[in-house]
Design a protein around this ligand. Structure first.
Ligand SMILES: [Zn+2]
Length: 414
């Protein structure tokens, strides 16, 4: 089972937007580029909302059948580990093995030694493909990378083999993710992470390192653009090199987590994937829930009241909402409007504060992030919330499709 060159993860936390999301992929296809939709929902999201992974498959299949999507599509068990994977075994055909928690745990001394012995031939100058950039690798770096990442990748191997035993080799797509950690991985580290992945015989088709800079949920990239560009290009070159050198899958590509709304780096990524003739997987999730929230605000009436209530509740339970996402949000609480203030807003003002339009002076990056992580409150509202999604479907669908197509696909693929 091969993931196509271009693919995009779309999260549909409340199961009402699969058709609107798929419509964006049709628009991209009409514009001449094919990308495979991947419906991703992490174990964390399932736990917070109280849903079962089978529901994601059901809604993805339904949308694909109803709209007659002619291409490949996938259902991603996002950020799973050995103790959470089992409930995804029937419904998913894409698994994101999250090893972030194991980074820094030491592999056995013997394993580290064997790894360094085998790979120390790469110490010295390495000329990267396509860019012809020379990088210098020392034996110490190889050893450090082994000490830092070998155990984590061995753990990924265990998860992979567990899934393979149940689903059969070749029947699913494998991603290895290490993005939800404090320190970024350098291109040199990525090279030896990929070597370790090859050692574990994990047929990874996507790899999600942590890049330099902040990849906060639902907002733009924060960091040094020139440094990101250089690192991103080097990562693409390293992957090209590793595919040949270590015998990894030909279609191995980068996966960008928290990939929604990173408007300032899409042009950099577009240029780089063209230069390297590389594929890409862009993972988004909460950006769709934020469009649902904006759609409710713009629909006015009870829908607007409900979304204000959700904000007020998330505001009161700030720590609880933010806790699962601390490495991927930056909220300045002093700049969060009070629920009392928000209660005086009309729908347009609420949507202006929420929607990611940096040119709009009413846009509030802090409110946007709090609502992003506040979806638990919406889930608690149960049918009161989902009924509003149904009633206001026309407005919401329009926003969801537009957001994915105009804000994400166009700048990255067209
Ligand atoms: Zn992630």
């Amino acid at each position: 089972m091969n993931l196509p060159k271009y693919s995009m993860g779309v999260g549909d936390r409340f199961f009402h937007e699969a058709e609107a999301q798929l419509t964006a992929f049709f628009k991209l296809k009409e514009a001449g580029v094919e990308a495979a939709p991947v419906w991703n929902k992490s174990n964390r999201e399932h736990e917070i909302i109280g849903t079962n992974p089978d529901s994601v498959r059901l809604k993805a299949d339904e949308a694909v059948n109803k709209l007659n999507w002619p291409g490949a599509y996938f259902v991603d068990a996002d950020h799973i580990g050995l103790n959470t994977v089992d409930k995804f075994l029937t419904s998913s055909d894409f698994y994101t093995l999250d090893v972030a928690d194991f980074i820094g745990n030491a592999a056995s001394e013997a394993d580290v030694k064997t790894f360094v012995e085998k790979y120390k031939k790469y110490a010295g100058k390495l000329v990267l493909p396509v860019s012809n950039k020379e990088i210098n690798i020392t034996e110490e770096q190889i050893e450090e990378a082994a000490k830092k990442y070998l155990y984590a990748i061995q753990e990924a191997g265990k998860i992979y083999r567990h899934i393979e035993a149940k689903k059969g080799a070749g029947n699913f797509v494998t991603e290895v993710s290490s993005d939800e950690t404090e320190t970024p991985q350098t291109p040199v580290e990525l090279l030896f992470i990929l070597a370790a992945i090859a050692e574990e015989k994990i047929p990874a088709q996507t790899i999600a390192p942590k890049f330099t800079g902040r990849f906060n949920k639902g907002i733009d990239y924060v960091g040094n653009l020139a440094q990101f560009e250089s690192e991103f290009n080097d990562d693409l070159a390293v992957i090209k090199f590793a595919i040949k050198e270590f015998g990894l899958p030909e279609n191995l590509k980068l996966s960008i987590h928290s990939g929604s709304d990173k408007f300032s780096i899409y042009p950099i990524m577009k240029k780089a994937i063209r230069l390297f003739d590389a594929g890409i997987h862009l993972k988004t999730a909460g950006t769709t829930w934020l469009e649902e929230a904006a759609g409710l605000a713009l629909s006015g009436g009870t829908a607007l009241e409900l979304i204000k209530e959700i904000y007020a509740n998330a505001y009161d339970r700030y720590d609880e909402m933010c806790k699962p996402y601390l490495t991927v949000i930056d909220i300045d609480t002093n700049r969060l409007p009070s629920p009392a203030e928000v209660s005086t807003w009309d729908g347009v003002k609420f949507a202006n504060a929420l929607r990611h339009n940096q040119a709009n002076p009413e846009y509030n990056i802090n409110l946007r992030q709090l609502i992003h992580v506040g979806y638990k409150v919406a889930a608690e509202k149960g049918e009161t919330f989902t009924n509003e999604l149904v009633v206001n479907r026309a407005k919401i669908s329009e926003l969801v499709t537009e957001n994915i197509f105009e804000n994400h696909m166009k700048p990255l693929f067209l």
